[in-house]
Each structure stands twice: as structure tokens, then as C-alpha cells.
Design a protein around this ligand. Structure first.
Ligand code: FAD
Length: 455
């Protein structure tokens, strides 16, 4: 089983590595190993009827399989260096934007044409935000939508499978480096190549930690973002979402000076469960197809928590908080903003009588029993700040789902080529801790593919 390049993980990072490598040098023998299923076989068993909540499958179809964590996402490709990762710190701002634009072109060639590219450039909201002590970050956003995102992935797969060997349901166990050759094992078989690209995303974070420790590659971990997902009537944010689709707004809370930001905005979208290593958190998405759209908009409000020495288990901290909500609510908890402010738990009756119909079947409860005071205070302050630019955000019936946790993979030490101290071993995408988004992860894949193909 000898190859020229081994790619571990078939998320955006792995897919774009394979795409660019096979395009630049069709003679290369490339293998892609993926823990999960091919796209067509990825199916979360939750149907809302027989299976209502997560049954903790061996491999989570939402997070794993061809397309990676992004396969059923909203497909928002943010073309920016302002958020979504720090790729630009390694490869430069210009190149990073150029690669994100290239990824966008590939997506357009594979079914994404006709989707809208939104931009904050010249938007009046920048000023409106500033006047209210809020800060709108610059970006262009290609919104594929969950449905078109799937079509694009499917088209790319149909093209790639003719050029690349895919091994699905094949988690890679070990990576060894002997005499300039990488030897990986999957399902007790060994595969070798001179180059190895590791792109295992968030679901592969624990495995990545082990591999780095085995190969003695330095890592660093210090950040986790914790918060809630807000759901409100579409009209409340329509002036922003109609023009920008997604607005990343940052606020520094007066009380603690913490930064709170909006994240992953889904106009007319739905709130969904997310399973990370068996812990149920909340997320959201939306469809391009009008027949699948809802009357609500949802977005996350996240408080960034940075830890300094000696504590370095930031993700475990986030996991513990998420576990608390799972313990109290059996999964995700939902609470009306009015109930939170009045210090009372929401009940199913109060949620049912609410003017906002929840799009996720979550347990009515009390988020103040779950979230640390500092984080909850920050979220409440942000909701009142947002109310000034989107009146109605602080309404009693605004729904808050908790908890939403944005785990950050530990940062793996790589150089400006995204190469580890071992020549030919590249660590890219969210698994490297450098990217946290579809566009940055994909761009990192194109980047290393070009490094390899062009020698
Ligand atoms: C519900 C949801 C919505 C999102 N929406 C957006 C969005 O709109 N815009 C945006 O920019 N980002 C979004 N994201 C984040 C985005 O999906 C990720 O940033 C992106 O997918 C990272 O790509 P990646 O290739 O680095 O990793 P991943 O997409 O996580 O892919 C890694 C792959 O590696 C596989 N793997 C892991 N370990 C192994 C192993 N040992 N052997 C073999 N295979 C392995 C996994 O099964 C997985 O398929 C969303 C995430 C989720 C969960």
C-alpha cells in the first residue's frame, strides 16, 4: 500500500488538499482516510419521532464523513482574515485571501454558482454599530446554504473519486516516521508515503493530541468560547441579515471587559443539536431553499475565555459546563430571556405560550444554573447592547439555548509551510488549531497541496 501522499480526514481541509494535488499533478498516487461514511451514507438517526435526541453513534454523522464537520453546515464561506482562523499569520494576509477566493471559485464551478456573496464593504451598519459601542468585523460571505453546500460536496466527490483512493470508515490509528517515510495504520493495515497531510478537524482533536505527544510535536492550548444560541423572529435582525447575511459583531462588556461576539448567524434558520465527543451542545443552520426556511433567525453569543499558565485544559473547562446542561436538561436547555432576567426557570408551558416558536425541541430550564455568572452577565449585557441596533433582541420571548461551546483545538507547532518539525508531515485545518472555519480550513488544504506539488 504505497502512495505519494496520505491525507487523513475528508473534511474541507483534506478535500481541498486532494483536489489541488490531483489537479496540479495527476500522476500522484493519493489516498484519503476518513473515520466516517461517504456523503451519501451520512445520516443522523434523530428523526424527531422515534429517535428524538442523540444516541451517541460510534461515529457521529454530523461531524464525520466526506465533507467533515461542514457537510450539513450552513455553508457560509467567510472570506476574511478578521475571523475564522489565523492562517494569515503563517502564510501572509494577501495569500490567505487569495486562497479563500480560489476555494470560492472551485465551489462556484461545482454547483455553487448563483449563490449570493454578501459584503460588509461600504455598509452603513459599521457606523450604526460603532455609535452603540458595537464593532462590526469586515468580511465577504458566500452563503451556499445547507442544501447547495451538499450539492457542491457531492460534485467534488464525484470528480475526486476517479483520481484519489478514498478509504471510508477507516480511522487512522498511528503515524510513524521511519527513514523519511510516513507509515500510517488503519484497521490494522499499513500504508506508506513520503508526504502526509493531517486534517482531522475538531472531532479528531483527542487523536491529534495523542499523535503529537507520540511524535513529540509541541502544542499549546488556552482558549474556549462559551455562550448561548439566541433565537428570535426573523424581522428583528432582517435589516442586517438582508444586507450582510451574517454580521460578526463584537462588544466589550463594561462589567468585566470581556469580549462577547455574535457567531454563525442563520436568518430564517433552525437551531440544531451538536455532538462533540458525546457532549450535546447547540448550533444552528439555514437553507437556501425557501421551502425549508423558518420564521426565526438564530445566532450564537459567545464569550471568549483565555486561560493562562498553569491551566491548559480550556476545552475540558468548556466540556464540564456543557455536561452540566446535559445533566440538568438531558441535552440542550432552552430559556426565555424574560425568565432569565426575572430569575425564574422557563417551563414547557411558558415556552409553548411564547411568541417565538422554538425550532429545536430542547428542555425548558434555567441557564443561570449552568453558565458561570461572568459569562451569563456578559451575554445579558450583549443582548441589551444588540437591542439598540436590532430593537426586539431583548424581548421577553427571545429564546436562549445553552450551551453553545466553541472548542478550539490545541495549536500544533508548525512552520510557515504548515509543516511540522518532520519534513513532509503537514498539519492543517481545524485540527491544527490554526483554522476555525470552512474557508480557512479549505485554504490551508490548497496551500499545502501547492507546497507538495510544486516541490
Ligand atoms: C453544525 C456546524 C455548522 C458549521 N457551520 C459553519 C459555517 O457556516 N461556516 C464556517 O466557516 N464553518 C462552519 N462550521 C465549522 C466548519 O465546519 C469547520 O471549521 C470545518 O469543517 C473544518 O474543516 P477541517 O477539514 O479542518 O475539519 P473537519 O471538517 O472536522 O473534518 C475532519 C475529518 O477528519 C475525520 N477524522 C478525524 N479523526 C480521524 C482519524 N483519526 N482518521 C481518519 N479520519 C479522521 C473526521 O471524521 C472528519 O470528517 C460549522 C461546524 C458545525 C459542526
Amino acid at each position: 500500500m504505497k502512495y505519494d501522499v496520505l491525507i487523513i480526514g475528508a473534511g474541507p481541509g483534506g478535500i481541498f488538499s486532494a483536489y489541488e494535488l490531483s489537479r496540479l499533478d495527476p500522476s500522484l498516487k493519493i489516498a484519503v482516510f476518513e473515520s466516517g461514511n461517504p456523503l451519501s451514507r451520512r445520516k443522523c438517526p434523530i428523526d424527531g419521532k422515534k429517535i428524538k435526541s442523540c444516541i451517541e453513534c460510534k461515529t457521529c454523522s454530523i461531524m464525520s464523513g466526506f465533507g467533515g464537520a461542514g457537510a450539513f453546515s450552513d455553508g457560509k464561506y467567510n472570506i476574511t482574515n478578521d475571523f475564522g482562523g489565523t492562517l494569515y499569520q503563517y502564510i501572509g494576509k494577501e495569500q490567505s485571501i487569495e486562497l479563500m477566493k480560489y476555494v470560492d471559485e472551485i465551489n462556484m464551478l461545482h454547483g455553487g454558482e448563483g449563490t449570493k456573496l454578501y459584503s460588509t464593504a461600504g455598509s452603513k451598519f459599521k457606523k450604526v454599530c460603532m455609535q452603540n459601542d458595537l464593532h462590526l468585523l469586515d468580511a465577504s460571505v458566500r452563503h451556499l446554504g445547507t442544501d447547495i453546500n451538499y450539492i457542491v460536496l457531492n460534485n467534488i466527490y464525484n470528480e475526486l473519486e476517479k483520481k484519489v483512493d478514498f478509504y471510508f470508515n477507516s480511522p487512522v490509528d498511528t503515524i510513524r516516521h521511519e527513514n523519511g517515510i510516513y507509515k500510517i495504520t488503519s484497521l490494522y493495515k499499513e500504508y506508506t508515503a513520503e508526504k502526509c497531510i493531517v486534517s482531522v478537524g475538531r472531532s479528531g482533536s483527542k487523536w491529534m493530541e495523542r499523535v503529537c505527544s507520540e511524535l513529540d510535536i509541541p502544542t499549546e492550548s488556552s482558549r474556549v468560547d462559551i455562550g448561548v444560541r439566541v433565537e428570535l423572529p426573523y424581522e428583528v435582525f432582517s435589516h442586517l441579515t438582508d444586507e450582510l447575511y451574517e454580521s460578526k459583531i463584537v462588544y466589550r462588556t463594561p462589567k468585566y471587559g470581556d469580549k462577547v461576539r455574535t457567531f454563525c448567524m442563520n436568518p430564517r434558520g433552525a437551531v440544531v443539536n451538536e455532538n462533540t465527543n458525546g457532549i450535546i451542545t447547540v448550533n444552528g443552520h439555514s437553507y437556501e431553499d425557501p421551502s425549508k426556511q423558518t420564521n426565526n433567525t438564530n445566532f450564537a453569543l459567545l464569550v471568549a475565555k483565555h486561560f493562562s499558565e498553569p491551566f491548559k485544559y480550556s476545552n475540558s473547562y468548556g466540556e464540564s459546563i456543557a455536561r452540566l446542561s446535559n445533566m440538568l436538561g438531558g441535552g440542550v436547555i432552552v430559556q426565555r430571556f424574560g425568565d432569565l432576567i426575572r430569575g425564574q426557570r422557563s417551563t414547557s408551558k411558558r415556552i409553548m405560550e411564547s411568541f417565538v416558536t422554538p425550532t429545536l425541541n430542547a428542555t425548558a430550564g434555567d441557564l443561570s444554573l449552568v453558565l458561570p455568572k461572568r459569562i451569563l452577565d456578559g451575554i445579558i449585557e450583549m443582548i441589551y447592547a444588540l437591542d439598540k441596533i436590532a430593537s426586539g433582541t431583548a424581548n421577553d420571548d427571545t429564546l436562549l439555548y445553552g450551551v453553545e461551546v466553541k472548542f478550539y483545538n490545541m495549536e500544533v507547532k508548525v512552520d510557515e509551510n504548515l509543516e511540522t518539525k518532520y519534513k513532509g508531515l503537514y498539519i492543517i485545518g481545524d485540527g491544527s488549531g490554526i483554522t476555525h472555519s470552512l474557508s480557512h480550513a479549505s485554504a490551508s488544504g490548497v496551500f499545502v497541496a501547492r507546497q507538495i506539488a510544486m516541490g
